[in-house]
Design a protein around this ligand. Structure first.
Ligand code: ADP
Length: 235
């Protein structure tokens, strides 16, 4: 579905992605992991065409995305920090995104699913952090896109919303979609992801299943396997 080929990105002298090669296939939940500043968001933004790399290519269904934009209609994206005008009401924001996207949306179903019925008439500035994230969830899941990219989706969510989110991911995966997400919550990764991509200082240090990573590092838990991976990389 998505191939990243020899991708390198630097901001001035800061080499953020170093010759990255990865394949992201449909029907999978893939976690992109790595410490702060390791290049996860830059990698995601390269797929979206929001970051232009100096070298390499991103292919979406075997087509290079360079100079293209139509392919983005097939991607839903939840950014790490979603910034919208604070005076917009929740309903107005949802209507605005639907108007831009011009695709069939199941916003009503998701508003109920996340219990947002009483928040719809409030301006964004009055919402709590968790409620904002639930609104972002509605925006990310309301179109039937084959690719869903979520940058730290669970930040601020309460336990009920997290469990709803996990259920939703499983349902979307069952439809054959590719779901890519970043998180720092290892229990979530262990529970829901089929594959891990571990980035460290712009290099891919690992790509494979949770079990492969645990086995490879001789630990019993993902958290300690990742700590071992980081420590070994500095050895
Ligand atoms: P992560 O998502 O893993 O925390 P990022 O991809 O956000 O990492 O950042 C990787 C590195 O790139 C950091 O050193 C960050 O400061 C730098 N960086 C990210 N975006 C920009 C930008 N627009 N301009 C300059 N440097 C940036």
């Amino acid at each position: 579905m998505i191939r990243i080929e020899n991708l390198s990105k630097a901001y001035h002298k800061n080499q953020v992605l170093k010759d990255v090669n990865i394949k992201l296939d449909s029907n999978k939940i893939i976690a992109i992991l790595g410490p702060n500043g390791s290049g996860k968001t830059t990698l995601i933004k390269s797929i979206l065409g929001l970051v232009i790399a100096q070298e390499g290519d991103v292919k979406f269904n075997d087509q290079s995305i360079v100079g293209e934009w139509e392919y983005r209609k097939q991607i839903s994206y939840l950014p790490q920090i979603a910034r919208f005008p604070e005076n917009l009401k929740v309903l107005e924001l949802i209507a605005l995104v639907k108007d831009i996207r011009q695709q069939e949306a199941r916003d009503n179903e998701l508003i109920q699913y996340f219990g947002l019925e009483n928040e719809l008439k409030k301006p964004l500035r009055n919402l709590s952090g968790g409620t904002r994230q639930k609104v972002n969830m509605v925006l990310a899941f309301m179109f039937d896109s084959p690719v869903i990219i979520l940058d730290e989706p669970t930040v601020g969510l309460d336990p009920v919303a997290i469990s709803r989110f996990k259920e939703l991911l499983e349902r979307e995966k069952a439809k054959g979609k590719l779901i890519i997400f970043t998180t720092h919550i290892m229990s979530l990764v262990q529970e829901i992801s089929d594959e891990i991509i571990f980035l460290l200082e712009g290099d891919i240090y690992f790509q494979g299943s949770v079990q492969d990573l645990i086995n490879q590092n001789g630990s019993t838990k993902l958290e300690s396997a990742i700590t071992n991976l980081i420590e070994n990389s500095h050895a």
